[in-house]
Design a protein around this ligand. Structure first.
Ligand code: HEM
Length: 401
């Protein structure tokens, strides 16, 4: 780690040689890296990423509340991807952002999703009961991936065929939000397939009657939204919604398995399910860093970020900031960390969090009802530029409730 340096007369900014997207950083699913950055200062310059990392809770949240200064046109850490994403709510600023987001939220609102709740809960119960019957399974392939893939395919109304594609597509979409390292370069062709499918190959008429995908297609047929928007919405559900949810389910299984006393608390009081999910997302933030560009010189926590600079908002670090959360490294499902920023905050706060919660609440409830205890064996990380998933999780010794 290097000594503090200076970017503007009289204003010093600490620097660090940490590369947020290196194998070394991505393979440690703990807070050590962010703790170092937080202690250096609320803003740390990272030459390896040519970015100003914002590390502490208050400062990250304040930046998210000021989209005029922190533009999302640089949400990714490479210009090509920012260009590709320019028609999405994720990578746009007001006033375009409001219009693009409204189309999405109409279709992902609690009202729009209400009809899916019973089916999602029934699928969760069924999947959990199959896993209990087996006695051991791979927590990633058999649960964390299998469950959201089937829910999202039903949501969009895709009938058969795509199951194997969805994981690599979602993974590639998140790799490409990072800088153009090898992981991102290798992901271009795979992400291109997803874009081709959503924008050229997917036929609205083929989507199941009554699905949200079909409803969005019909809105495009009536001219309420453009055909291009239809493609983008499905694209965002598949790209933004998969690896994040998959990562979170894996993290929930591991944290509850490694903290049996917390799992017992959950079993005794299922009303803790939402608080348990918030705690999992706080402690193991699934997508810990998002980009922004400073539109003007701005002082953050006493440090100048110059106009035009790439900014790295570290949600994963903010969620572990001891200035905000007492004993942040402790997994406590009763903490009710509703003000974590693992879903972001402000105008870009996750548009799919209603769906994510529906899925994961259903799964955690089913798991806590049907399982008395279980063990976590080997966990193998899967490296992604933007998400922190596992490749596999050994779940063993399941005792039926
Ligand atoms: C546990 C699961 C999830 C997590 C942790 C998560 C996290 C996030 C975060 C942190 C942001 C803010 C990005 C920013 O500040 O630039 C975001 C935005 C977004 N998410 Fe999620 N997400 C999850 C699931 C989903 C799902 C299931 C969907 C879709 C069905 C989805 C769709 C979106 C979209 C469209 C945006 C962009 C919103 C905007 O810019 O207005 N997400 N998500």
């Amino acid at each position: 780690m290097s000594a503090p340096s200076s970017t503007a007369p009289g204003v010093s900014v600490p620097t660090s040689d940490i590369d947020l997207f290196s194998d070394e950083v991505l393979s440690v699913n703990d807070d050590a890296v962010f703790a170092q950055l937080r202690e250096l200062g609320p803003v740390v310059y990272l030459p390896a990423n040519d970015s100003y990392a914002v590390t502490r809770y208050e400062e990250v949240r304040a930046a998210l509340g000021d989209p005029a200064t922190f533009s999302s046109k640089s949400v990714a850490f490479n210009p090509q991807m920012n260009e590709i994403l320019s028609g999405t709510s994720l990578a746009s600023d007001p006033p375009e952002h409001g219009k693009l987001r409204a189309i999405l939220t109409d279709n992902l609102s609690p009202r729009a999703l209400r009809g899916m709740k019973d089916d999602i809960n029934a699928s969760a119960e069924k999947l959990v009961s199959e896993m209990v019957e087996r006695g051991s399974f791979d927590g990633m392939a058999d649960m964390a991936v299998a469950f959201p893939v089937s829910v999202v395919l039903d949501l969009i109304g895709v009938q058969g065929g795509l199951r194997e594609k969805i994981l690599p597509w979602g993974e590639a979409a998140f790799n490409l939000l990072g800088p153009l390292n090898e992981r991102a370069q290798a992901s271009f062709p795979v992400a291109g397939e997803l874009f081709k499918w959503t924008h050229e190959e997917m036929q609205g008429e083929d989507l199941a009657e009554g699905s949200i995908g079909r409803a969005i297609f019909e809105a495009s047929e009536r001219g309420e939204i453009s055909h291009e928007s239809f493609g983008y919405i499905v694209h965002q559900i598949l790209a933004a919604g998969m690896d994040t949810t998959i990562t979170t389910i894996g993290n929930a299984l591991v944290l509850l398995g490694q903290n049996p006393e917390q799992f017992q608390k959950l079993r005794e009081d299922l009303s803790l399910v939402p608080s348990a999910l918030a705690e999992v997302i706080r402690l193991r933030t699934p997508a810990p860093v998002f980009g922004r560009r400073a539109t003007r010189d701005v002082e953050v926590g006493g440090t100048l970020i110059p106009a035009g600079a790439q900014v790295a908002l570290c949600y994963g670090s903010a969620n572990m900031d001891p200035r905000k959360f007492d004993n942040p490294e402790v997994f406590d499902i009763t903490r009710n960390a509703v003000d974590h920023i693992g879903f972001g905050y402000g105008i870009h706060a996750c548009a799919g969090q209603g769906l994510a919660k529906l899925e994961i609440h259903g799964l955690l409830s089913a798991w806590a009802k049907q399982v008395a205890s279980y063990r976590i064996g080997a966990v193998v990380p899967r490296l992604n530029n933007f998400t922190r998933p596992y490749e596999s999780i050994e779940v063993t010794d399941i005792v039926r409730a």
